[in-house]
Ligand binder design. Structure first.
Ligand SMILES: [Fe+2]
Length: 476
């Protein structure tokens, strides 16, 4: 039977039904293409064989349904005398799978669905203030476009006022050129909580940073008590922390905005009271989560002096402490040419005798084991890309997470610290130990405490209760 004859013999209702079925038979294919276009998804499949297998299964279905539809049409056209029986009934069942499967996968990925306002946080931004320390910004997100204002000052009168000019969903109020060692108060829209914080110390000899990573908020097995206790240490006045850095995997599934909501609601109680900066991790960014991350932690209107990206920055603390935050989520997959050029140029411009610190999510050297057959220790791509560069330009300390443990590895004078202990489940005991591992702990949660004093830096690992586990002093 000829193609034209078949179509002509159909009622309009059947024609519409067949057309819709034909279009839907390609819906899984459309999903596959969308998933593949986001390069971070391909990084996930590279590192996670189970996810990779699910995706291969979906690819097969994506190909088989439309092929099945077309094949059925032509084979039956040759065999069956009545055009009403073309296509075969089972094709509709196949098409139904083609509708249900991508819908279920899309619900699992929950792409770009915002689930509510996000609470404010006091973020360190990539813009130097007049004191030589970075400016800060009060950053938050509203589900609808709104106009807000912030007042701040050194007394509860809060005489400085910053107004937004137009409606926006992302909000970043820059508190510029603050005075070191000074207590500040601020309030949003003249109502509710009056927050307070102390701006960085006047001397770098009194700088003290807390650094942790991998809280995995949203994951049931994550230890929430550990996360909260670490945050409490950061704002405890007795500890005198000047800033808190979080190195990614702050949520478990970055594509699920309800996890970001839960995370920011929790953190905000603490991160409104201490200058705070986080960097992006693989869990934060996958399946489109990167778009949430940028809106919540470095919205596009935030001043960004050193780079063109919302994902990598340089922060100077006085004249001789420089912190780089990089976008290295699984490893070097996100280390673009653009980021590389920027980073190398910035490193070249610095005096190697200054304190140069790098912070990012993915580990370089690490002790660990295999996960689904993939090694999660010494990452050759990371080591080959960075170790010689760090040595050449005098990078002193490198902090990362990704592996859920605390570890110190001294690699020819470059000190690597892994601080992935903010609450995500501990990694299994290592089957491989990195050659120059000086300290390894996968039984405690905790954070790194970095103190500058007398020209040295002491890095300590501490439990969420502030019990010292290990410390090392690094000299220039
Ligand atoms: Fe993690």
């Amino acid at each position: 039977m000829k193609f034209k004859e078949i179509i002509n013999s159909w009622s309009t209702k059947k024609r519409i039904l067949v057309l819709i079925s034909f279009i839907f038979s390609f819906s899984t294919l459309a999903l596959v293409i969308w998933v593949m276009l986001l390069h971070r998804n391909m990084d996930l499949f590279k590192w996670n064989p189970a996810q990779n297998n699910i995706f291969i299964f979906i690819c097969l279905i994506a190909g088989l349904i439309p092929i099945g539809f077309i094949t059925d049409f032509f084979i039956r056209a040759l065999k069956v005398s009545s055009p009403k029986k073309i296509p075969g009934k089972y094709i509709y069942a196949l098409v139904l799978i083609g509708i249900i499967l991508p819908s279920a996968y899309l619900v699992y990925l929950s792409p770009y669905k915002h689930v509510g306002d996000k609470a404010p946080e006091l973020m360190i931004i990539d813009q130097p203030g007049s004191s030589g320390f970075p400016n800060l910004a009060v950053i938050f997100y509203t589900q609808k476009g709104t106009i807000n204002w912030v007042r701040y000052g050194t007394t509860t009168d809060m005489n400085n006022r910053i107004d937004e000019n137009s409606k926006s969903k992302t909000h970043a109020f820059v508190l510029a050129d603050l005075t070191p060692d000074t207590l500040y108060f601020y309030q949003i829209n003249g109502e509710g909580t009056i927050y307070n914080f102390t701006y960085f110390p006047s001397s770098i000899e009194n700088l003290r940073f807390g650094i942790s990573s991998d809280a995995h908020i949203g994951l049931e097995e994550a230890n929430r008590t550990a996360t909260i206790n670490i945050l409490k240490q950061m704002i405890n006045p007795a500890n005198h922390f000047s800033a808190f850095f979080c190195l990614g995997d702050i949520v478990d599934m970055g594509n699920d905005d309800s996890m970001y909501k839960e995370q920011i609601d929790l953190f905000s109680q603490y991160t409104t009271l201490i200058p705070y900066r986080n960097v992006v991790g693989n869990h934060d960014a996958w399946f489109g989560g990167i778009e949430f991350w940028k809106e919540y932690f470095y919205p596009s209107q935030t001043p960004n002096n050193s780079s063109d990206s919302q994902l990598w920055h340089q922060f100077d603390f006085g004249t001789n402490i420089h912190i780089f935050t990089l976008d290295l989520e699984w490893g070097t997959e996100t280390y673009t040419k653009e980021q590389q050029t920027w980073f190398e140029n910035k490193l070249k411009a610095l005096d190697p005798d200054d304190w140069i610190i790098v912070m990012n999510h993915a580990y370089y050297y690490a002790s660990s084991t295999e996960y689904q057959g993939v090694p999660w220790y010494d990452n050759p791509d990371m080591i080959n890309t960075f170790q010689a560069l760090f040595k050449q330009y005098g990078v002193d300390m490198v902090f990362s997470g990704h592996d859920h443990q605390m570890e110190h590895i001294d690699q020819e004078g470059v000190n690597y610290f892994i601080v992935g202990a903010m609450g995500g489940p501990h990694d299994l005991d290592p089957t491989y130990y990195s050659q120059n591992s000086m300290f390894f702990d996968n039984t405690h949660f905790g954070f790194a405490d970095v103190q500058f004093n007398n020209g040295n830096v002491t890095v300590s690992f501490r439990t969420p209760e502030n019990v010292l586990l290990y410390n090392v002093t690094i000299s220039k």
